[in-house]
Design a binder for this molecule. Structure first.
Ligand code: FMN
Length: 185
């Protein structure tokens, strides 16, 4: 799939078909995370592919979102943040969040390219997720991703923001681009 098409067509999906995805496809999508930028080249991501249905039920409960339990696979993305904080101090914590976001977007676009769907789950009780998956205390759980095939038609709960409400030129708040000279070729 063309990259621009994948960027534009990706949507959060909260209703899935019973059809089971091929785990190899999911592994390939996880592999895409390795190509995202990382501060100083320290990739501190730790990723858990969960296919134990009992655990998935518990994860859905810890996230207070029942639809997660419709899926046969949940990908849990974590950061071993202290490794970055050791190298960069307080900013290391910011870098951990930023590089997890970049890696997650690679993951989402690769899922989209393979015709798979998910929803980024950021609302969960972290201590419960850690307990279910035996994640060490110092590791941060960034997000959860139930994976399946979309049942509902893609739509966004909200319209996407217009460019002119977010893009400024040269100064914060300046909406007008300066006059550009003609390009002589
Ligand atoms: C950091 C973050 C946390 C999110 N947490 C949840 C969540 O817990 N549950 C949920 O249903 N959607 C969650 N979402 C998905 C957003 O609701 C969704 O991306 C947004 O409504 C835009 O829709 P779209 O993804 O279809 O473009 C989260 C998204 C982000 C980026």
């Amino acid at each position: 799939m063309d990259l621009t098409r994948a960027i534009h067509s990706r949507r959060s999906i909260r209703k899935f078909k019973s059809k089971n995805p091929d785990w190899r496809d999911i592994i390939e999508c996880i592999d895409a995370t390795r190509y995202a930028p990382s501060a100083g080249g320290y990739n501190v991501l730790k990723i858990i592919l969960v296919d134990d249905l009992e655990k998935i039920k518990k994860i859905a409960k810890a996230a207070e979102q029942d639809f997660i339990a419709q899926t046969q696979y949940v990908v849990v993305i974590c950061s071993d943040t202290p490794r970055l904080a050791n190298a960069y101090g307080k900013r290391g914590e910011i870098y951990a969040r930023q590089q997890a976001g970049a890696a997650i977007q690679n993951f989402l676009l690769e899922l989209e390219a393979k015709g798979l769907s998910t929803c980024w789950i950021g609302h969960f009780v972290e201590s419960k997720i850690k307990e279910i998956l035996e994640i060490p205390d110092e590791v941060d759980v960034e997000a959860l991703f139930p994976i399946g095939y979309e049942f509902e038609k893609k739509y966004s709960r909200k319209e996407k923001k217009n460019m002119d409400s977010m893009l400024y030129f040269n100064l914060y708040g300046q909406r007008k681009m300066r006059e550009r000279g003609k390009i002589d070729i």
